[in-house]
Design a protein around this ligand. Sequence first.
Ligand SMILES: [Zn+2]
Length: 476
Amino acid sequence: MVSHLFFYQLVLLGLLWLCVMLHYVWPNECARGDQRPSKPLPPRKRSSDPKPFPGLTRKPPCVACEQAHAHRPQPPGCPPPRIVPMRGRPRQVETSCHFCPHANCDYRGWLGLGNITSNGHPSGGPWRQLHCTSCGGYFQETHGTPLHGTRVVPEKLVWAVGALAEGLGIHAVARVFEIDPNTVLAWLVEVADHAVAFSQYFLHDVRVTQVQLDELFALLSAVKAGEVSDAEAIQRLSRSPHWVWAAIDPITKLLLTIDVGDRTLAMAQRVVHQVVQVLAPGCVPLFLTDGFKEYTTALLTHYGQWVQPARWRAQGPMPKPRWVPLPGLLYAQVVKTVRRRRLVDVKHRIVFGTLDAVQQVLAVHGWQINTAFIERVNLTIRQHVAAVGRRVSTLCKHEAGLRQQLALYQVYYNFCLPHAGLRQALPQPEPTHGTGSARQGRPQTPAMAAGLTDHVWTLREVLLFRVPPWPQPVGV
Ligand SMILES: [Zn+2]
C-alpha cells in the first residue's frame, strides 16, 4: 500500500514538472497563463447542424419484410383475350366490375374482359345472378362480399356496420338493430376481412411527400369495463400495453395504415413496413413523428443503403461497409414535454437530412414542423372506434377485435367520409334544388384527394365491392 502511494506521488510530481517545463518551452499555444492541461477541456459548443449519421455495420432486420414476399397477390400471368359478344341484343347491365370466381376458369379473377353476363334475379331475390360465358359457371353478384349468403335484409347489415364505423359499440349496435351481439361480432369479423382486402387492393403506389406517424394509447375495453381489477389491469397493461399506430399523409389526409400493438421496435418496423407497401416504389417522403426513438431504426431499415466508407489512409485495412439512410430521406421528430398533463415544451429534432431540406418540403404548404394532423386523426379514431374511445361495453377485449374495428375504420375514413379540409371549390357555384344557397364546393374524401378513386363511396358500395384477387392492369 505504502509503495503504491509513494509511486503515485512520484508520478504526480513528474507530471507537474512536465507541465511547468512545457509552459516555458512551448512556443505559442501554451503561452497563455490560463492553460491548465490537467483540467478537462470545456465542452465544445454544439453546432446547430446535426452530425452526419455514422451508419450501422448491420442492416436492422424487419420481420414483416421477411414474411411479406410470400403473400403479396400476383396475377398468374397475362390476362386472357377479351370476349366480344357476336349475337343477341346488346348487354344492358354493366358487369365490368365483376370477375369469374371459379377456380378452373381461365378468366378467373380478371375484370372487364366481356366474359360476364347478367341473368336477372333468381326467384325474386335481391341479388342478380351472373354468368361466365367462358366456363359456363353461375354466381351471385355478392360473391365474396360480406353480404353473400346472409339471410338478413341487406340494409340492416349495412346500417349496423355503419353504426360500428361511426363508433357505436357492439352491444349498442345489437340493441339498436334488435339483433344478438354475437351476430354483430360475426358481421364485424366478416366486414373487417373484406376491409383489409379492400384497402390492400386500392392503397398501393401512392405518391406522397410527407408522412406523419403516431402511436395512440388504447386502453382495451375489458380493463375499462371493470371486468378485471385495477391491480390486474395495471399488471396486464404494463406487460402488454396496446397502442394504436397510425400513419397519414397530411396533404391528402389519407390514412396509409392503422394497426394495434405494443410500443416496441418490432411494431415500429411493422408500421413503417406497411407504409412502404402503400407507397410507390422509390417514393421517399419526409417523415414526421414524436420522439419515440425506435422510429429511427425502423425508418433506417426500409430507407437505407450500403456504402463503402473511404480509407483513412492510403494503406491500411478497408473499413467495413456501413448501412446509412438514403440520401433523400428526411426525418424530423417533434419532442413534446408534458408535465402534469400540461404541455411545457416542444422541441424539433432533425434526425436525417438537414433543417433546410425539411423546411423546403413543408414550405410548399406553408407549414412548420408539426405532427398536428396525425394528432387530429387520433382524436377522430377515438370517436369512431368504440374499443379505443371512452365507451366501454364492446366485445373487443382482444387485440384482434380492436384490429377489426380499425380495419373497418380505415376504409370508412379513406373512402366514405368526405374531409372538410379537402373540399374542392367549384369554378362556378351550382344552384341547389331546394331553397338553400348555391353549392360552393364538392365533397372530397382522402382517397379521392390521393387519386385512388373518383367518387365518395357509400358503405353499401364498399360492402358490395367484389375485391379482385390480384391487381388489375391499368386501363382495362
Ligand atoms: Zn368463368
